[in-house]
Ligand binder design. Structure first.
Ligand code: F58
Length: 798
């Protein structure tokens, strides 16, 4: 946008005066942040307002991304960057003597998501606007975001994240006039009408008012502003009489109160099902109403509308779309179904069986009686359509209702025209294994869309030092055309350049070290290797394997204090689902090992372990630029894609990885010499499953290193964690080590040794790092979303 610094300063002062009746030098950082956010909203109000009108008027097909989670983190800097005024504002703040970073830090981290899936949804919002595509988000305005994690005595404690405070979210705009009603519970009877069709009659439903809050999604320097719509629940005025007590009212308010904090398994709680239906119904009703404004026939709706089901949580979009078309607008089943399948598409994010969503029929029927009827009908028609054409077993495995359960993935696949995985290996496994039965029926529906990241956030915003260095070498064009990073390869033998990158990394490490010192009281040596694993805590992600190796190093140094090794700092950040016992025990043990190691002077600072509490997007922006080693060590075949792996590589960390998820594509991008791979591949893992021949106890008994390391959990070396130590021991030895840590241990140790050796060769290490940065452009979410736009949604973009 066109703006001079002087004009901005005037606007900003005006805004502060108007909002808070305060002069700049007397204002607090929070007031400055809020005023700046208000000013940004003012700057974009016109393109934001016009966007939807233009799309309706010009009959442009629009994609709606339905997701139960959106995890944007802070938005101030990205918004300024995308508007093209980040530098100007920083400069202006210097002129008026305000520390810009304090203003940035006044923003709360918007954490309406658990991890990768939610972050990806937020990234796609940015990318859709950036490629100028008509793509809007639809989700829930949770009152409490993902819990805040505190560590007390080494244990995770969860605190509520009341991110909305009393004044709400500064980036949102409430749209009460666009509220709609959503019905749940009650009974539904079908009566034949004059035309001989059945019409539903609702007896005693609970009626909810869904009120939208809109958040502008600003494209990168292109004048486009899309919309993210989050729904909140209210009691409709007409229903007020029914809710006399606080408790009654709370039952309704609870619907949008909390984000389910489990990132790995579904809980089958009725409140969750209500959340899913609530956001789907409100979103679809609005979409259909807006479509009708074009004056076009409803049976052609698929020509102007695409709805994306992000994982199965919004899968009720399939029956709800049918319901609205049929019940509210009288479209016949066949036409409604024809449109539904063309409108809907679905992304799968996991192959872990325990994470595949299923709902008990009785619960489902009670909460969503009309939707249950429709799902039943979809299921019967599906069975009829495929019977005779495919073996009975395949039909049984793929139908929606089986064993009194509704299978949400099946509903999403049958009710849509596209199903995609999120990395090549993941999609291959869906096709060859998890969804193979479906693949035989609908091969044409399957496709891959490897995940991507907002490269601007993970370079320009979170790593300004590296970004300036890149500018010096290849100019600034890479900031808008990420593929130009490839030009950095020219400098791969330029020692001066390599040294400069090394120094940049060191500066970032010093910044992180200062934070660690301030918050944890632990002193870190910036010349040590910063070895980082930050992600949700889950058995399959194998933080425990990392810990086993740390314990091995501990004994190595204890046995041989003169051991020649590069000092190593292991950094963890990880939230565990509150009910996930094993994960919480791992956190406790990491913290107790940290206590052991960090307080043992005989280790002479060769080893440090840090667990940083409350890992979130904001903390990631500090940690990732300061990392040397990126730990991506999941059991092969388990991590659908991973996205932090991409953020680390673009910040010049070396990936230490199994051949899992997008690690494989990172390896293809950087070449075998610039990544460190270890462990079993997927075939080897599957081989164990087939042969049932894995024997963890044998490894434990026969390998003295493994024996000693595992015994450390139960022999009293690690203090204050007897029961957790025993639990971990049991998981590994008595329950046969479900994720093959012991089998991969040796190869992991060797890979770590190799890292130690190459780090000593500063030039070699820096070459690897530079190679990673130069080849990170291919993981831009802008490119990923272009493929969604072209191959799944058929929407236009620039
Ligand atoms: C993640 N899934 C995958 N789920 O684990 C990761 O490999 C992938 O990169 C990422 O999606 C993006 O595709 C994930 O984050 C959740 O957090 C769900 C939240 C809701 C309940 C079920 C898990």
């Amino acid at each position: 946008m066109e703006l001079t610094k002087e004009q901005f300063i005037r606007d900003f002062k005006d805004q502060l005066h108007r909002d808070f009746i305060v002069k700049i030098n007397e204002s607090t950082d929070e007031e400055r942040f809020l005023a700046l956010a208000h000013l940004i909203k003012k700057y974009i109000s016109t393109p934001w307002l016009e966007r939807r009108h233009d799309l309706v008027e010009e009959d442009v097909k629009t994609a709606y991304y339905f997701s139960i989670e959106f995890l944007p983190g802070r938005m101030l800097e990205t918004n300024l960057l995308n508007l093209g005024i980040l530098d100007l504002v920083e400069d202006a703040f210097k002129d008026v003597d305000v520390d810009f970073s304090d203003v940035v830090n006044a923003e709360k981290d918007m954490a309406l998501g658990n991890g990768g899936l939610g972050r990806l949804a937020a990234a796609f919002m940015d990318s859709l606007a950036t490629i100028g595509a008509p793509g809007f988000g639809n989700g829930i305005r949770y009152k409490y975001g993902l819990f805040k994690q505190k560590i007390v005595d080494g244990y995770q404690i969860e605190l509520p994240d009341a991110w909305l405070g009393t004044d709400g979210n500064v980036w949102e705009t409430k749209k009460p006039h666009s509220a709609v009603e959503v019905k749940i519970y009650g009974k539904v009877y079908l009566y034949p009408n004059k035309e001989g069709n059945f019409e539903p009659f609702y007896e005693d439903p609970t009626i909810l008012r869904a009120v939208p809050y809109d958040i502008a999604q600003i494209g990168f320097q292109n004048g486009v502003v899309n919309n993210l719509r989050l729904w909140d629940v209210e009691i409709p005025e007409s229903e007020e009489d029914k809710y006399r007590t606080i408790e009654d009212r709370r039952k309704i308010e609870d619907i949008t109160n909390i984000l389910y904090p489990d990132d790995s398994s579904y809980e089958g709680k009725s409140l969750r099902l209500i959340q899913e239906y609530f956001m789907v119904s409100a979103g679809l009703q609005t979409i259909i109403k807006n479509y009708l404004k074009t004056g076009k026939d409803l049976k052609d709706i698929h020509e102007l509308v695409a709805v994306h089901i992000n994982d199965t949580h919004p899968a009720l979009a399939v029956p709800e779309f049918m319901r609205i078309l049929m019940d509210d607008y009288g479209v016949v089943w066949e036409d409604a179904w024809n449109s539904t399948v063309k409108v809907m598409s679905y992304t799968n994010h996991t192959i872990l069986a325990e994470a595949l969503e299923k709902w008990d029929c009785n619960l489902f029927k009670e909460i969503l009686p009309r939707i249950y009827q429709i799902v039943n009908e979809i299921d019967s028609r599906y069975v009829e359509e495929v019977s005779g054409k495919f073996p009975g077993k395949i039909i049984e495995n793929t139908r929606i209702i089986r064993n009194e359960k509704i299978h949400m993935a099946n509903l999403s696949i049958i009710g849509g025209h596209s199903v995609n995985g999120v990395a090549k290996l993941h999609t291959d496994l869906l096709i060859s294994d998890v969804l193979n039965d479906f693949y035989q029926i609908y091969p044409e529906k399957f496709n891959n869309k490897t995940n991507g990241i907002i490269v601007r956030r993970w370079s320009q915003i979170s790593n300004p030092l590296m970004s300036d260095e890149i500018d010096k070498l290849i100019g600034k064009e890479w900031r808008s055309d990420i593929h130009q990073l490839k030009n950095l390869e020219k400098f791969i033998t330029d020692e001066k350049v390599l040294n400069e990158f090394y120094e940049v990394k060191k500066e970032n490490k010093k910044k992180l070290a200062a934070y660690v010192k301030e918050t944890q009281g632990i002193e870190l040596n910036p010349d040590a290797i910063f070895d980082v694993q930050v992600k949700r805590l889950h058995a399959y992600k194998r933080q425990l394997l990392n810990l086993l190796h740390i314990i091995k190093l501990y004994w190595d140094i204890k046995d041989n204090p003169d051991i020649d090794m590069v000092p190593r700092v292991f950094i963890f950040g990880a939230k565990a689902a509150p009910g996930y016992r094993f994960a919480k025990s791992v956190i406790k043990l990491i913290n107790e090992v940290a206590n052991l190691v960090n307080n043992d002077e005989s280790l002479q600072d060769k080893l440090k372990v840090v667990f940083l509490p409350n890992y979130n997007v904001t903390l990631a922006e500090l940690i990732i630029p300061a990392s040397d080693v990126s730990e991506q060590i999941s059991t092969a075949g388990k991590e659908a894609s991973g996205t932090s792996n991409m953020k680390f590589m673009m910040n010049g960390a070396i990936t230490l990885a199994t051949l899992d998820g997008a690690n494989i594509e990172i390896k293809d991008a950087v070449g075998d010499d610039n990544i460190v791979i270890f462990g079993m591949n997927t075939d080897e893992v599957y081989d164990h499953y087939e042969k049932h021949d894995y024997n963890a106890r044998k490894l434990y008994e026969e390998n003295p290193t493994i024996n000693r390391v595992v015994n450390t959990f139960i022999d009293g070396t690690i203090l204050n964690s007897q029961s957790e130590g025993q639990e971990i021991y049991d998981a590994l030895i008595r329950h046969n080590d479900e994720y093959f840590l012991l089998e991969d241990f040796e190869s992991y140790v060797n890979a770590q040794k190799y890292i130690n050796d190459i780090y000593r060769d500063k030039i070699r290490w820096s070459q690897m790092a530079l190679n990673n940065i130069a080849n990170s452009g291919r993981f831009s979410a802008d490119d990923t979303i272009r493929l969604y736009a072209e191959e799944i949604w058929n929407i236009k973009h620039n």
